[in-house]
Design a protein around this ligand. Structure first.
Ligand code: NI
Length: 398
């Protein structure tokens, strides 16, 4: 596809953004261990003349401010995640990971490099906006004990008070040049559960004297799969998956315990509450009916990522200025969770998906794959798009 013509100031810095991305790609670090990355980000921000640079937030997080010269105004937060994954890289690129077993296989190297590019553009365009831009480089998105929540708890949404949040994720299954934007729920929540069934052990040949934990747990698995089909509105999707089932050690012993582990994914707070409530009722009820008991450990992970409608409309209009209206696509929700959700729970905003796939270049591998790569042509597009969103937001009425 034809790539958009970038604004001249963005076009000029693209080689620098590419170089930053390659440096970050070569030096990937796992969540909360982004020390080299964080230091690199701070050095770049210092060189640019960004203000109020703060590091060590929630471990390795970094924030900085860029003040516009058009007077007082709102504050918009732009967020990038910095962490890599525990994957042994298998790409042929010359800037492959120098840290064996750790790889930027989700494009967060691109996110970080692009936000540094945005910082560079906005420091040069201070005369185009009032208020301020808060740059937020977040540790650990991948671990599901992510960096967004502790950064918020550390106060990144205040001083100055943040009014809206924006960010982007590259997507290798969508072509470079297209951007996917839309309001409403865009990514699912990710909760985890462990159900331990306590029955009564016994001889495999004398089952009537035992309470068979395997059979109780099997019935619970079967019951859990009925929650989605019978209790959940089919127009608001939910996934409940039991992904681990452990019990027993011998062919002739009925085990007294069984353990189930799984995940629950939802797109709305209402369904999230309902799925948790029903899961507990089903597990407890099924166990009670057979004389067993259960202990349930239900652990809430990332909430659903929900974009604000008005902020998404604003972002779509801004991004259209960069890639053209035809290349702004309506957002298609995806099941994987994302801790940008915490920012969007606290403030209105929009998280959009920037295509980074390119079949001609062989950039077709999915995220979290050892051969994942991003088409570097996305970098300039992402910089121009996010900078435009920030400028338009700060100049908007109200
Ligand atoms: Ni990611």
């Amino acid at each position: 596809m034809t790539l958009p013509t970038l604004p001249p100031d963005v076009d000029e810095i693209v080689p620098g953004v590419v170089a930053d991305r390659r440096y970050l790609h070569e030096n990937p670090e796992l969540g909360f261990d982004e020390h080299v990355t964080s230091k690199f980000v701070v050095e770049r921000l210092e060189a640019l003349g960004a203000e109020d640079i703060q590091s060590g937030i929630a471990g390795t997080g970094v924030t900085a401010l860029i003040h516009g010269t058009r007077g007082e105004g709102k504050c918009v937060l732009l967020r990038a995640d910095m962490d890599a994954l525990p994957i042994l890289e298998e790409t042929p690129v010359e800037f492959a990971s120098q840290n064996p077993g750790v790889m930027h296989a989700c494009g967060h190297d691109g996110h970080t490099a692009m936000l540094l590019g945005v910082a560079r553009i906005l420091t040069e365009r201070r005369d185009q906006f009032p208020g301020s831009v808060k740059l937020c480089f977040q540790p650990s998105e991948e671990a599901n004990a992510g960096g967004a929540k502790p950064m918020i708890e550390a106060g990144v949404l205040e001083n100055p008070h943040v009014d809206a949040c924006f960010g982007q994720h590259v997507m290798s299954d969508r072509p470079t040049g297209e951007v996917w934007v839309g309001g409403g729920p865009i990514q699912a929540s990710a909760d985890m559960f462990t159900i331990t069934v306590q029955g009564k052990g016994g001889h495999g040949a004398i089952p009537h004297t035992a309470i068979d934990s395997i059979m109780v747990a099997s019935d619970i698995v079967s019951g859990l799969h009925k929650i989605v089909s019978r209790n959940i509105d089919p127009l608001d999707p939910v996934v409940i998956s039991v992904c681990s089932f452990h019990s027993g050690t011998a062919f002739n012993v009925i085990p007294d315990t069984a353990e189930l582990k799984g995940t629950v994914r939802t797109f709305s707070p209402e369904n999230r509450d309902l799925a948790e409530k029903r899961l507990k009722e089903v597990a407890e009820g099924v166990a009670a009916a057979q004389g067993a008991t259960v202990t349930i450990d239900y652990d809430r992970g990332y909430p659903p990522t929900i974009n604000d409608d008005a902020m998404s409309a604003l972002a779509a209009a801004s991004i259209a200025k960069i890639v053209g209206e035809d290349n702004v696509k309506p957002m298609v929700p995806i099941m994987p969770a994302e801790d940008m959700s915490y920012f969007l729970e606290e403030r209105p905003g929009c998280y959009f998906m920037t295509g980074c796939g390119n079949e001609e270049k062989g950039i077709v591998w999915p995220h979290h794959h050892p051969r994942f790569d991003l088409d570097e042509d996305v970098l300039g597009i992402g910089v121009a798009a996010l900078a435009q969103v920030a400028i338009d937001y700060l100049n908007a009425e109200s």
